[in-house]
Ligand binder design. Structure first.
Ligand SMILES: [Zn+2]
Length: 170
């Protein structure tokens, strides 16, 4: 999904009670469907944005961010059947011939290996999953707004991934 250049968005303040005190909470709404405003994110004074709609993140005009600039960007929704990365590998068949196979690794496969107390320890799995777990954690940080896109790309490169070739980000 791509956001249009002319996406209509607005700021809105609302007082919210926190520990019995009124706090001016800042909200961002945008017309994702071109018609009705959806609340995408909120933030407390001096804090970071809290994203409220999976698939979108809001950044900018916050401490440490660019002032007077608000960025609304689509981000991947990391549900289990989302394709995370494709690996191509070689298998040697019984007759000695080699064949190239593409192995599609989904977000769910990574989570299952991570959460399995006795995950498969074959060469293939040990090649793929330890790094994929770190890459998924970085992707989750990015989606939640804890990493910027450039930081994500650098982390992935260190882990041996090319962000531009990963289905999940494209
Ligand atoms: Zn295995």
């Amino acid at each position: 999904m791509f956001l249009r250049e002319d996406l209509e968005a607005r700021f809105r303040f609302e007082n919210e009670k926190e520990n019995g005190e009124d706090q001016p909470m800042l909200y961002v709404d945008a017309k994702l469907d071109g018609q009705n405003f959806t609340t995408l994110a909120k933030r407390y004074p001096g804090k970071k944005w809290i994203n409220l709609v999976p698939g979108f993140r809001v950044s900018g005009s916050e401490p440490g961010g660019k002032r007077n600039q608000l960025i609304i960007e689509p981000v991947p929704v990391l549900h289990d059947d989302r394709l995370f990365v494709s690996h191509s590998g070689h298998v040697v068949l019984e007759d000695g011939t080699t064949r190239t196979i593409d192995l599609d690794v989904t977000v769910g496969m990574i989570r299952r290996w991570r959460d399995d107390p006795h995950p498969c320890q074959c060469d293939g799995c040990r090649n793929i999953f330890p790094n994929a777990i770190k890459a998924l954690a970085a992707a989750e940080d990015y989606v939640a707004g804890r990493l910027k896109r450039g930081q994500l790309a650098r982390k992935l490169r260190k882990l041996g991934y090319n962000e531009e070739e990963m289905p999940v980000f494209n």
